[in-house]
Structure formats: structure tokens, C-alpha cells
Design a protein around this ligand. Structure first.
Ligand code: SF4
Length: 324
């Protein structure tokens, strides 16, 4: 029996290279070793999304990118969170064993309160409970995460443990599987790459658009003139070369330090390598985009398969809680 992996990603539409390096490549690699369930978390998105007019489109675009990057619906279950409503039922039941104090101390809750003070909704507080429901509904034993998500997973483990202690062993405590590329910084070189703060490079851009985006990247501020020597270790363009141009990084570092390469040429080289790495993905994406019904079918089939597992867990949960 393969162990089961679960991962949910917020519906953000077209994926960027931070998603690709930090999550999607890992999702693809895990498919052969584990029984994988990957979910576009649309209910979570509602905690900050007030206008849902493009929600279906963002789910579609995201799944399209996942498939083009190599996720195989024959191997993995791919679906949208809300299509399996049992998750909302489990969220309510788990909320009864989760102390409010645990939720109010979660750093991301505090950050969200600062980010959207005019929309501090109940869903924001319960976010980790819904995330726990996502994982334990499918009895996942392994959750691929970046280092920044470890506290969330620890909370999910605590909630599962508390439920098990009170109602008898029901859920495995999910274990973290750290990704190889935990934190990808964006074009500003400061924050995690994110569409929300416009510091991202979408995977599906054309070659020209990719180069345009890369050209906006912040580099070492010490290189004000072409003849100034640089410090590659503090430059995010250099970090990205590490992922897309691994055999060139030593050369680039030497040339940057001795001012033999300028930032414009260094960025052009990075864009070239990103484009060549993503070329097969972009070709597959174009083929899949021509078959929109295929994406709809993948999501419907995934939801159906996920629901079979979910219904069995809910029955067991209710039985253990003496609700039935
Ligand atoms: S040459 Fe490259 S590594 Fe050096 S500062 Fe410029 S962009 Fe960064």
C-alpha cells in the first residue's frame, strides 16, 4: 500500500515559477511513489476574495498548468475543494475540538488581519481548521510543504491528535515532506513570489513576456554602473540562475564579482534559460488549452474519486462521535 499524500493550493489562476519550483515539480515527482490527492482550494480563497466572478476561470487555469507541468489524472486525484462538500462538514466537527486560542495565535491570521482590516471574517480564524479537514478527510499521511507552512501543519497535527484523544483513533497525524526549494523570492528580491504583490513570472508567458518580466527584477544595488563589481549572493536573479542555469552559476558569480557581465546580460541569460526549461510545458499547455472540456472532465472525475474516500471518513467520524 502506498502512503497517501494530500496538498491543497489556493486558486490563483495561472501559476508562476515560484509555484513551479516550490510545489508543482514536487507534486509531479511524488506521483509515482505515493497515492496523491491535489486540490485547488476554492473555499479557502473566499476568506479574502470578495468578487468571485472569475473563480471558475482561475481554477481552470490552475489545473491546466498542473496538467501541462506533468500531473497525471490517471495517477493523482485532481479536484476543486468545494466539489467535495464533506470537507465543510468535517470542518464544523473539528472546530468543536479546536480551542480558539490556538487559532488566534497563528501568525498568518495576524498578518491577514493587518492586510485586510476591513474584512476580518470568521473564515480567516477557522482557516487552519478547514486546512486540517482537507488533510484528514482523506487520511493523508504525508503533506508536501515549504518551511513557512510547517507551523500550519503542526497545528493540523495537534487538532487531529486532540480529536483522536477525545473520540478514539480516527485520523493519522500527517507528516511534513519538505520541498527541495522551500522559498522562492519574487522580482522585488524581498518577498515570496506572489501574484498578489505582482512580483511573479507566470509559467505560461511567452518568451518575450518572460524576458520583459525578468528585466524588471531588482538586483544588487551596489551595481549602479556596469563597471561596479557585484555581490551575487544578495541578488535574486542569481538565486534564480541557481534553479534554471545550475551549470552556469559559478561563472556568473565570478563574472558578476569582477564586473565582466552586466545585469542586463545576466537577466537576458536567465530569461533564455527559463524559456528553454519551460518550452515543453508551454507546448503541452497550448494543446490542453484547446480542449477545455478535458479540464472540466478531469475535475469532475477527481471530485468523484475524492468523494468516495471522504464519505467513508465522515461516516467513521460520526460513528466515533456518536452522531450516528
Ligand atoms: S550581474 Fe547578475 S548576479 Fe550580478 S548583480 Fe547583476 S543580475 Fe545579479
Amino acid at each position: 500500500m502506498k502512503k497517501r499524500v494530500f496538498s491543497g493550493a489556493r486558486c490563483t489562476g495561472r501559476q508562476h515559477i515560484g509555484n513551479y519550483l516550490g510545489a508543482i515539480q514536487n507534486y509531479v515527482n511524488l506521483q509515482d511513489k505515493y497515492d496523491c490527492i491535489y486540490c485547488a482550494v476554492d473555499i479557502h480563497a473566499l476568506t479574502s476574495l470578495e468578487d468571485t466572478s472569475t473563480l471558475q476561470e482561475t481554477i481552470h487555469e490552475m489545473i491546466l498548468d498542473w496538467l501541462a507541468a506533468g500531473l497525471d489524472p490517471q495517477k493523482s486525484i485532481l479536484f476543486a475543494q468545494s466539489r467535495v462538500p464533506e470537507v465543510m462538514e468535517l470542518h464544523t466537527l473539528l472546530s468543536m475540538v479546536t480551542p480558539l486560542s490556538w487559532l488566534l495565535r497563528v501568525p498568518t491570521y495576524k498578518e491577514k488581519v493587518k492586510l485586510q482590516p476591513e474584512n476580518v471574517n470568521y473564515g480567516l480564524v477557522g482557516y487552519p481548521v478547514l486546512m486540517t479537514a482537507d488533510i484528514v478527510l482523506y487520511k493523508a499521511e504525508v503533506v508536501p510543504v515549504g518551511e513557512d507552512q510547517l507551523p500550519h501543519l503542526e497545528l493540523a497535527r495537534e487538532i487531529a491528535r486532540r480529536f483522536n484523544n477525545r473520540f478514539g483513533h480516527t485520523f493519522p497525524e500527517p507528516q511534513a515532506k519538505l520541498t527541495d526549494f522551500p522559498l522562492i523570492l519574487g522580482l522585488d528580491g524581498k518577498e515570496k513570489m506572489s501574484k498578489q504583490i505582482d512580483n511573479d513570472i507566470e509559467m505560461a508567458l511567452s518568451d518575450e513576456e518572460t524576458e520583459e518580466r525578468v528585466m524588471t527584477a531588482v538586483t544588487d544595488p551596489a551595481r549602479r554602473y556596469r563597471t561596479d563589481s557585484g555581490h551575487p549572493e544578495i541578488c535574486n536573479v542569481y538565486s534564480l540562475h541557481g534553479y534554471f542555469s545550475p551549470s552556469h552559476v559559478d561563472d556568473i558569480a565570478t563574472q558578476c564579482r569582477s564586473a565582466k557581465i552586466g545585469c542586463v546580460d545576466c537577466k537576458k541569460l536567465l530569461a533564455e534559460h527559463i524559456n528553454s526549461d519551460l518550452r515543453p510545458f508551454r507546448e503541452r499547455r497550448a494543446q490542453l488549452a484547446a480542449k477545455p472540456q478535458y479540464i472540466t472532465d478531469v475535475l469532475a472525475d477527481g471530485a468523484q474519486r475524492a468523494q468516495v474516500i471522504a464519505a467513508e471518513t465522515i461516516r467513521e467520524v460520526k460513528q466515533n462521535m456518536r452522531l450516528i
